[in-house]
Design a protein around this ligand. Structure first.
Ligand code: MG
Length: 250
């Protein structure tokens, strides 16, 4: 997709363009960590253990939502009701147990390079994740030393409403002290893209999983890249240069 076309479409939709960039908001799973296959496996096992039929791949569709939302979604389908608090707690604990028993997830290829570019451009990296998986959150600083400062992190523990509600991204903007027009989001999941778009932020989707591009587009992604290395190597700097030129022209 052409960057100029994407920015023009964004302007038509929102009435402004991204300019004077100050922050890049990053989703975590499927963007910074190649963790989605472990998440989908863990959800599949935890839910199947309850005798509820489900498909492993369906959990890619719920990526970005809170654990509570995912469990309630499955419960409503299976039992026509939401889960009680004790059920939510127990199932999420089981899901985490499976997750933590799997081989450690790898950092996403291309993520380090991209974060380096962000730092060199003097932009604030902000984490905006629906995850409450402490093992991954703790590994952030190990894999990406001194990139994400605690004051610039939004996790499952900070929000009432998870993605696709815009609250996580609005909170990320607030923490960074920037306007929607001064930020860009990097997401990989349809629900995450919807949340970012609803927050009024220019949204780049990196399609690191099995979800078709068309679903990311329908969710409102402004630009779609096939993976993080391509975005890190070409897309990000092209986007920065394009936006800078636009700004100088105006
Ligand atoms: Mg994600």
């Amino acid at each position: 997709m052409d960057i100029a076309v994407a920015v023009e479409c964004f302007r038509k939709k929102h009435g402004y363009i991204p300019s004077d960039l100050k922050a890049v908001l990053f989703d975590m799973d499927g963007v910074l960590f190649d963790s989605m296959k472990n998440h989908t496996y863990s959800w599949y096992r935890a839910i199947t253990d309850l005798g509820i039929p489900c498909e492993r791949d369906e959990f890619y569709q719920y990526e970005g939502a809170t654990g509570k939302w995912t469990i309630n979604h499955i419960f409503k389908r299976a039992y026509g009701r939401e889960a009680a608090d004790w059920e939510l707690e127990q199932i999420y604990k089981e899901k985490s147990r499976y997750f933590n028993g799997l081989p450690e997830t790898e950092p996403m290829p291309g993520a380090r390079e991209l974060l380096e570019w962000v730092r060199e451009a003097g932009l604030i990296p902000v984490l905006v994740t629906g995850s409450g998986q402490r093992s991954l959150l703790e590994r952030l600083d190990k894999e990406y030393p001194e990139i994400f400062k605690p004051e610039y992190m939004v996790t499952a523990f900070d929000v009432e409403r998870g993605k696709p509600h815009p609250e996580p991204y609005l909170k990320g903007l607030k923490k960074a002290g920037v306007k929607p027009s001064e930020a860009v989001v990097v997401e990989n999941a349809p629900l995450g893209v919807k949340a970012a778009v609803a927050a009024g932020i220019f949204t780049v989707a990196v399609n690191t999983g099995p979800v078709p591009d068309s679903q990311l587009k329908e969710a409102g992604a402004d630009l779609i890249f096939p993976d993080m290395p391509v975005f890190a190597a070409e897309g990000f700097l092209q986007l920065l240069c394009f936006l800078k030129k636009l700004q100088e022209r105006d």
